[in-house]
Design a protein around this ligand. Structure first.
Ligand code: 5RP
Length: 249
């Protein structure tokens, strides 16, 4: 994510949809809120719009809690005051993107490598809004995007074997020079292609129960709303199904 504003650049059709979703979500922010700030190219547009509203005097006394170093840098650049989860353990709202999301609002996240902090924010907010362009809306999670799994470097070989035994084709996430990507938490990411995931809850339970797996990108029953942008506008989708372990009301 570069720190240049995208305001005056010509946007691709997909980026225009990301912007539509981001701007729509930013309209939900009110003065005085504690706002969780996700990570990625869709969130970037929300951050820019929140920054614009702050500098226009529409929003005051707001604090943002960033989910990554990348987001922290951009939020500071656009003028969003920041704090942390220890000072503000409960968020009023959390805005983030997704790599895939289905009609139950279950999602795969972690394409940007920030899944651990993102999930922490998602489980400590009153309202989790996912923003996405229409390409992210899928019938079956996993069919088009490999599930990111954050693992302890100490155990990465053993976790790879475990994930392969669960049926995944596993790739260690690397930078352009071939070195492993390290997350903001000092861990590595294994991108796990399971194909279409039959039972996301069951897979999440297997991963949750495994020492060495720090976190995985299955976000089950966490999102409250999806703002889904298409050329026809931004559609608001909600899900009645709510996991008792989900966001705190
Ligand atoms: C980062 C994420 C992002 O929300 C996800 O990768 C979507 O990113 P983008 O908006 O750039 O498509 O989970 O860890």
């Amino acid at each position: 994510m570069s720190s240049n504003s995208t305001h005056d650049q010509e946007l691709s059709p997909q980026d225009q949809l990301k912007k539509d979703a981001g701007v729509r979500a930013a309209a939900e922010i009110r003065s005085g809120m504690v706002v969780g700030l996700g990570t990625g190219s869709t969130v970037r547009f929300a951050l820019e719009e929140i920054g614009r509203r702050i500098s226009a005097g529409e929003l005051t006394d707001l604090v943002g809690i960033p989910s990554s170093q990348q987001t922290e840098d951009l939020a500071l650049c656009v003028g969003i005051p920041l704090s942390n989860l220890n000072a503000h353990p409960r968020l009023d709202i959390y805005i983030d993107g997704a790599d895939e999301i289905d009609a139950n609002l279950d999602a795969i996240k972690g394409g940007g490598g920030a899944l651990l902090r993102e999930k922490v924010l998602a489980q400590n907010c009153a309202r989790f809004i996912v923003i996405a362009d229409e390409s992210k809306f899928v019938k079956h999670l996993g069919a088009g995007f490999a599930l990111p799994v954050e693992v302890l470097p100490f155990a990465s070989g053993a976790e790879r074997r475990f994930l392969e035994q669960l049926g995944a084709e596993v790739n260690t996430r690397t930078q352009a020079n071939g070195d492993a990507v390290f997350t903001d938490n000092g861990n590595v990411i294994l991108d796990c292609d399971f194909g279409a995931i039959d039972d996301p809850l069951d897979l999440a339970a297997s991963l949750d129960g495994r020492a060495g797996v720090v976190e995985h990108g299955l976000f089950i029953a966490l999102a409250d709303e999806l703002m889904l942008a298409s050329p026809n506008g931004v559609r608001l989708l909600t899900c009645a199904v709510r996991d008792p372990q989900g966001p705190i009301a």
